[in-house]
Write a new protein. Structure first.
Length: 366
């Protein structure tokens, strides 16, 4: 799904090989003005390579990079109007904070007074007021991250490129800096590509995620699209836990908007919101643990319910987690906010009810 805003950046059929290894196999995407798009995927899937191609630090084997309507594929990094913050920050350790932040402005021959004013403005933006005279080696990791961000923003690039900007920070600081980067990005409306291998970080900071795996885009979409409407099995398992349940479509009732699926444990009726699903299809239901309801076993066969036995249970206050076994299959069920409600013990017989709005993946027939 592409956004309706005009594209600030467009990637057209990007391929990249290192020797005989095809790392990127035809990446096409549009990034809207003011959008924060995350490249996310497992280690080694090509995120940094793709970001470096956008920034001009690596050349694509084929394909084009279009920035604000202009083909920049063959321009060097300093001619691109993009700015990259490297994972290592790449700050100049022998210079002060102010000199680092004002470095690009000096290269552009800005007058000294104007540089000072702009640097002050940028330091305020990243909450480093008063630290301009500090040397880089006397800053914490989080402060260095802020300097790198301020330096990248100094010349108002059209696209900001951030490669794993939070990976050197401890867990608490990661969350603080993530929110700050998002705040600054939204305030300045700067089009941004953020690279991370952390799915949760990607979900929480992005307008949209571009999920890379095996050299291709598995899905581009909002956090809601990725979680609630995954395009395939890889994406379904990419964020959060998922119970997969195989079945076959028995019938599709367009009139009452229902689809019936038979499974080895019984029949389920789902909302028919996916028009690509037809009678006879082999499907995989994507059942999130927190969407399933658990109730006492009563032996009645009711709609979308299966009877099973609690295999294990864990109580963590805000969450009760159960593993329920049916035949050879296990299903993980998360019951949030279990305070005051019925708890189930190991070996207890229970009824598990699947919601009607389960997302369904069509299995490929080869
Ligand atoms: N200059 C290079 N020469 C040869 N192979 C390379 C080069 N740069 C990257 N690769 C290979 O390309 C693949 C993608 O690398 P890349 O650094 O883009 O991955 P990544 O998704 O950023 O991974 P990570 O999450 O670990 O940072 C890897 O298999 C890597 O070994
Ligand atoms: Mg990388």
């Amino acid at each position: 799904m592409e956004t309706s805003k005009p594209a600030m950046l467009e990637l057209q059929g990007i391929h990249k090989s290192f020797g005989s290894v095809d790392v990127l196999k035809g990446i096409s995407a549009q990034i809207a003005k003011g959008e924060l798009l995350t490249f996310v995927g497992p280690s080694g899937c090509g995120k940094t390579t793709l970001l470096r191609i956008v920034g001009g630090f690596t050349s694509a084997t084929s394909g084009r990079v279009i920035l604000d309507g202009e083909d920049i594929s063959n321009l060097p990094p300093n001619m691109r109007n993009t700015k990259m913050v490297f994972q290592s920050y790449a700050l100049f350790p022998h210079m002060t904070v102010a000199k680092n932040v004002g470095f690009g402005l000096k290269l552009q021959k800005w007058p000294q007074k104007k540089i000072e004013t702009r640097v002050e403005e940028l330091l305020a933006l990243v909450h480093l007021e008063g630290l301009g005279h500090r040397s880089i080696d006397r800053l914490s990791g989080g402060q260095q991250q802020r300097v790198a961000l301020a330096r990248a923003l100094a010349l108002e690039p059209k696209v900001l490129l951030l490669d794993e900007p939070l990976s050197n920070l401890d867990a608490n600081l990661r969350v603080v800096m993530r929110e700050e980067i998002r705040n600054i990005q939204e305030r300045l409306q700067v089009t941004t590509i953020f690279v991370t291998h952390d799915q949760y970080e990607a979900m929480s900071i992005s307008d949209r995620l571009l999920v890379l795996h095996q050299g291709v885009i598995q899905q581009i979409g909002s956090p809601v699209d990725i979680y609630e409407r995954p395009a395939n099995e890889f994406i379904a398992g990419f964020v959060g836990y998922v119970n997969f349940l195989e079945g076959q479509v028995d019938s599709v009732q367009n009139g009452c908007d229902s689809v019936w699926i038979s499974t080895e444990f019984g029949r389920v009726e789902l909302d028919h919101h996916q028009k690509d699903i037809a009678k006879g299809d082999n499907v995989l239901m994507v059942i999130r643990p927190e969407t399933v309801t658990l109730s006492p076993w009563n032996g009645d066969e009711s709609q979308n319910s299966f009877h099973g036995t609690v295999q294990s249970q864990m109580y963590a206050g805000n969450l009760a987690k159960y593993t329920v076994k049916f035949g050879q299959k296990e299903m993980v069920i998360d019951h949030y906010n279990p305070m005051g409600s019925r708890k189930y013990g190991k070996s207890e017989k229970v009824k598990v009810t699947i919601p009607r709005n389960v997302h369904v993946l069509k299995r490929k027939t080869d």
